[in-house]
Design a protein around this ligand. Structure first.
Ligand code: BES
Ligand code: MN
Ligand code: MN
Length: 500
């Protein structure tokens, strides 16, 4: 660097701040003209890095405070903690400089809103995230308690560390940084919800009711993964979801398995057979019509996707499996990002307690989810599944299918100003251009933002697939947390510049 030491750069920035008579925070600030039109790249980067360095410990302490709140949305016993978490987020938005901060009540968990409108002629970024987390069970598999964040080997272990507290909080802190250094180049709106992990049903109502308030040029979300820190990537799509529960009923009561066994169909056996029949020998799904709407990728798209670095041995080693499994004819990235799937999430029935009980159960049940890709819709797939499942049931049992929640798949544009801004921001902070990938998970609200508000999304996630989301020992690398806080202001900068 031409200017040499950090000391000199800061002294130089200070000088400019004084000359322009700009209110000085945190020891330095710079004039608007300089910042946006003359300020060389390395100075903005330097400014950002200095801020993070200076506030390092506090940035971490605040995240830890957030992670200590057990905001589990699936279990009503955590309702008070959910409310406390919403208040905490609102308070932090306010402290960072947001206006019109509000904990918006809904029929379910509150949505935290806040904004900073600097100039109506500037573009507006709507930041979305979720403060709710998945249940922590099974508790006995955690090395340290899920709601007592602990650092091991540079990683923060806690439920929600990556999904999504560690990730949305980077946006709150990046906003603070931009406010404190006078470098916020866009208008910004925050919408942090508390029901993402249970289907966002009240958020969809909120979005429909507040279209004007939520007006923005892009939705920015950090709730997805990168390939690795060495191979930064941007997800350009998410799968949809159809989640349902099935119940197979045989006799009207549990029976003695000796007295009746052999004469009456066992619903557990029948359910196992029915489920097994949902995949054929190539691991294709056998539900008639299931693939009708699936958009096949072009050869070029497949090639691009398979160009991403992938080490099958490491992948297997991380999961401790000897062999991978999946739809014939597709690679791992294609299977998780571009192909629909069907999974059993849980299966039970009969006696599962200690020891042995000889019983022929009356019922067997399973929770089944299907991940969807464009142009499948959750409604149609739920119908196809239900019709098929009822049809394949033998006369010896009755079946009931109960839908839970669904969400639509999305593909996000890669030729937009916002995507280019994210590309530039990541290239600058990671020193490497991000690889476009497709995410296997679902954020159902993304399709809704597009349908209801007409706004496209940029998925700028900093997690890793191996961060154990929804599993015991969820983690988030401290390096990723700081890197995110450093990258986000660059996104805003380039989004404003490219929008001009
Ligand atoms: N953040 C995840 C989704 C995700 C993770 C997308 C990693 C891409 C990469 C989100 O919180 C989530 O878990 N969504 C649920 C869906 C919801 C309706 C329960 C999911 O994907 O199972
Ligand atoms: Mn999430
Ligand atoms: Mn999740």
């Amino acid at each position: 660097m031409i200017l040499g030491s950090n000391f000199f750069v800061l002294w130089f920035l200070n000088l400019l701040g004084n000359r322009n008579n700009i209110k000085r925070y945190s020891g330095f600030s710079i004039g608007k003209t300089f910042k946006h039109y003359i300020c060389p790249k390395f100075l903005i980067m330097e400014l950002i890095k200095q801020y993070v360095e200076q506030h390092k410990q506090r940035l971490l302490d605040e995240l830890f405070e957030l992670l200590r709140l057990p905001s589990v949305s699936a279990d009503p016993k955590y309702k008070q903690d959910i409310l406390k978490t919403a208040d905490f987020v609102a308070q932090k938005l306010l402290e960072a400089g947001a206006e019109h901060v509000e904990v918006c009540q809904t029929a379910g968990n509150p949505i935290v809103y806040g904004e900073k409108i600097t100039d109506a002629s500037k573009p507006t970024v709507l930041v979305y995230g979720h403060y709710d987390v998945q249940p922590a069970d099974p508790l006995e598999l955690w090395k340290t308690p899920p709601f007592e964040p602990t650092v091991r080997d540079g990683k923060i272990y806690a439920r929600g560390a990556c999904d999504d507290k560690g990730q949305f909080y980077m946006h709150v802190k990046a906003f603070e940084l931009m406010m404190q250094t006078g470098t916020l180049p866009c208008n910004i709106k925050f919408m942090i919800e508390g029901e993402e992990e249970v289907g966002s049903s009240n958020l969809s109502i909120f979005v429909k009711q507040h279209k004007t308030r939520l007006k923005a040029d892009v939705v920015l979300i950090s709730d997805t993964s990168m390939i690795s820190m060495e191979n930064p990537s941007l997800e350009t799509g998410l799968r949809g979801l159809s989640y349902l529960e099935v119940e197979v009923t045989g006799p009207n009561r549990d029976l003695h398995s000796g007295v009746y066994g052999g004469a009456v169909a066992n619903p557990a056996t029948i359910l196992a057979k029915m489920i097994a029949s949902l995949h054929d020998e190539n691991n294709h799904i056998t539900i008639p019509g299931f693939y009708n709407k699936v958009v096949e990728l072009t050869d070029a798209e497949r090639k691009a996707l398979n160009n991403a670095p992938y080490n099958e041995d490491e992948y297997k080693k991380d999961l401790d499996v000897n062999e991978l499994w999946g739809e014939k004819g597709y690679s791992t990235f294609e299977r998780t990002g571009t192909r629909p799937t069907l999974e059993v999430n849980g299966i039970w029935g009969g006696y599962i307690g200690e020891g042995a009980k000889t019983v022929l159960p009356s019922k067997a049940q399973a929770k089944i989810s299907m991940r969807l890709v464009p142009d499948q819709t959750s409604e149609e797939i739920t119908q196809l599944f239900t019709a098929h499942f009822e049809k394949i049931a033998p006369a010896s049992v009755k079946v009931k299918v109960t839908p839970h929640h669904g969400g639509e798949p999305v593909v996000t544009p890669t030729d937009s100003i916002a995507y280019r801004a994210a590309q530039k921001a990541i290239t600058e902070s990671f020193g490497k251009e991000p690889i476009p990938t497709r995410g296997g998970g679902s954020i159902p609200i993304v399709a809704l933002f597009e349908a209801e508000l007409g706004i496209k999304t940029v998925l700028m996630g900093f997690g890793l697939d191996s961060d154990a989301l929804h599993s015991p020992n969820e983690k988030y690398d401290i390096f990723n947390y700081y890197k995110g806080i450093e990258t986000i202001p660059l996104f805003h900068k380039y989004f404003a510049e490219l929008s001009e």
